[in-house]
Design a protein around this ligand. Structure first.
Ligand code: C5P
Length: 212
């Protein structure tokens, strides 16, 4: 089974996807890390983030062993990811990697922006996670502080709003809820309650399929 989790930045979809995968014994791919790795490679090279040739090359040379690098979690890497991810050729190059991951047994949970719409349109379960922007900014600030980074919540909120706008309005694979995705509003749910709500959705879909 493939479970697609999409949603805007800092909606809590990453943790939710990881815990959902643990619950079902599936593999988990945080697809944001892929775009962050490409953006970070350009930052490291001191290159222009809109340099298509360099971004495509970084995507082709993607090394999953670097996905655990803590530098990829930074606000800067997230911003860079949002810029390079708007380049259609970059998305094209990264498509195969994601589809292969999704198709590998025993099952997979992928989280990102276009999993239910582009990468895995046939996923058995699709969940679109949303949360109020101020709540998302607050959670990101707490995360940054827990890593010992400085966190200016007002700036984080401005960045989140700008990133949402860029992700929603880009021409290539924009962030949007798939027609057959369930909406999960995470604003007033803690992590455990969000995971329970997601499991309820998966179980409801499974039960519905068994009845057919
Ligand atoms: O989710 P995360 O904050 O790690 O994503 C960083 C950026 O990567 C997003 O703002 C988005 O522009 C891009 N992204 C994407 N498609 C995905 C996952 C992330 O375009 N499937």
């Amino acid at each position: 089974m493939i479970i697609a989790i999409d949603g805007p930045a800092a909606s809590g979809k990453g943790t939710l996807a990881r815990k959902l995968a643990q619950h079902y014994g599936y593999r988990h791919l945080d697809t944001g890390v892929i775009y962050r790795a490409v953006g970070y490679a350009l930052l490291q090279a001191g290159a222009d983030l809109r340099d298509e040739a360099l971004a495509v090359r970084a995507a082709m040379e993607l090394d999953p062993d670097t996905f655990g690098n803590p530098a990829l979690k930074s606000q800067k890497a997230g911003e860079a990811a949002s810029v390079v991810s708007a380049i259609p050729r970059v998305r094209e190059v990264l498509l195969d990697f994601q589809r292969r991951f999704a198709a590998t047994p025993p099952g997979a949970v992928l989280d990102g922006r276009d999993i239910g719409t582009v990468i895995c349109p046939d996923a058995e379960v699709k969940i679109f996670v949303v949360a109020d922007a101020k709540v998302r900014a607050h959670r990101r600030a707490l995360e940054a502080k827990s890593r010992g980074e400085e966190a200016d919540e007002a700036k984080i909120l401005a960045d989140i709003i700008q990133r949402d706008e860029r992700d929603r309005t880009r021409a290539s694979a924009p962030l949007k809820q798939a027609a057959d995705a369930y909406l999960l509003d995470n604003t007033n749910l803690d992590i455990e309650a969000g995971v329970r709500a997601a499991i309820d959705i998966v179980e409801a879909v499974r039960a519905g399929r068994q009845r057919v």
